[in-house]
Ligand binder design. Structure first.
Ligand code: 2NL
Length: 357
């Protein structure tokens, strides 16, 4: 009996986990267990033998049960200790940084430009990107044989089979929005038209979709002098300089007469642009006095009204202002390019608060 006790108490003590302990219990106290077998033997004993062996066997059974219960509790405690040791969580760690989106540089520059012209009294207009060829070309005095209308330069939309009307185009500039503004509001008019434009051109410095902003001012006696002042105010505000010198070079556009391309005085030092100083000139836009035929296309009487107009590429002035030498920074939509190029607007705290670098 002492052997039996030692054997099973040792087995209980040696059980490494709950399932091992359960196996020990079944082997000792289960229906076919060793202790149970001994209990059954009591029936074949003499009353004297049974009187002696019965209580001892019962006591042994109780002792093993108690040992199993104690071991079970100890195993559960150990398992809990182990979980507490391995599954702890440091609730004092700082939270992961929240990545926020940022305004795209093109959108930001578009807003900067329109805000400056809004301050100068211009309203903002938008229009369709799929245009009639009349609004995009004819109304702007661009004749049918003009090279800009060749399929190589312009995206033409397909007409349905048998439809002989001229096809629509993806607008090649935002000028048609200004034609629509003239039609809708008449003169006097001061309007600025930013938006996407399309040309069938793709190389290192051209993408088939880009952004443009055009401006138009029409009144009784608007002149080139007004154009010059407005553009000076714009350049100073946009490039954040106190003074700037503009150079008007005679040029030609079908929709303006006279026409001028406008350069700003600048310097390039170590690859960075400084506006308003130095001996270099940088072309930033095209402009002129609106051609009488274009006023007529907008239902405005050229004998009573005149005006100036200008157009510039947003992508280009964004690259100039923020020192981005590579179109990929815009078209791969990857902020890493912009950070790589030190795009200054990413540091504007109101727009990019909490952006992790
Ligand atoms: C350039 C030149 C220009 C205009 C756009 C315009 C619009 C109307 C009437 C007359 Cl409705 N002109 N727009 C005028 C001159 C130049 O853009 O180099 N843009 C990137």
């Amino acid at each position: 009996m002492d052997d039996l006790r030692e054997k099973w108490l040792a087995a209980v003590a040696g059980a490494g986990d709950e399932s091992a302990l359960e196996s020990v219990r079944v082997a000792a106290l289960g229906k076919k267990g060793e202790i149970s077998a001994r209990m059954r033997e009591l029936g074949r004993m003499t009353p004297e033998e049974r009187k002696e062996a019965g209580p001892r066997l019962n006591a042994l059974k109780d002792e093993i049960n108690a040992a199993i219960a104690a071991k079970k509790a100890a195993l559960a405690d150990a398992a809990l200790e182990e979980r507490l040791r391995t599954e702890w969580l440091d609730v004092t760690l700082p939270a992961r940084p929240a990545h926020r989106g940022t305004v795209h540089p093109i959108a930001q520059v578009t807003e900067e430009v329109t805000a400056i012209f809004a301050d100068l009294g211009f309203s903002v207009a938008e229009g369709p990107q799929v245009e009639s060829d009349w609004h995009n070309f004819d109304a702007l005095n661009i004749p049918g044989h003009h090279p800009a209308r060749a399929e190589m330069d312009t995206f033409y939309m397909a007409r349905g089979a048998g439809d002989t009307r001229p096809p629509h185009v993806l607008r090649t500039h935002t000028s048609p929005v200004q034609i629509r503004s003239m039609e809708a509001a008449g003169a006097p008019l001061r309007v600025i038209c930013p938006g996407r434009v399309y040309r069938a051109d793709y190389d290192q410095t051209h993408t088939p979709m880009f952004h443009q902003v055009e401006g138009l001012a029409i009144d009784r006696d608007i002149s080139m002098a007004n154009l010059k002042w407005v553009l000076e105010e714009f350049v100073k505000a946009f490039f954040e300089v106190a003074e700037v010198e503009l150079r008007f070079r005679a040029s030609h556009f079908p929709f303006t007469e006279p026409s001028a391309e406008v350069d700003i005085r600048c310097s390039w030092q170590g690859g960075t642009l400084k506006v308003g100083e130095g001996d270099d000139w940088l072309e930033i836009l095209g402009s002129g006095m609106v051609h009488p035929k274009v006023l007529m296309a907008g239902n405005i009487d050229p004998a009573a009204w005149q005006g100036f107009a200008f157009g510039m590429g947003i992508d280009r002035i964004a690259m100039l202002k923020y020192g981005i030498p590579d179109l990929r920074a815009f078209f791969e939509s990857d902020l890493r390019w912009l950070r790589h190029y030190g795009f200054a607007a990413l540091d504007v705290p109101t727009l990019h608060r909490g952006l992790s670098r």
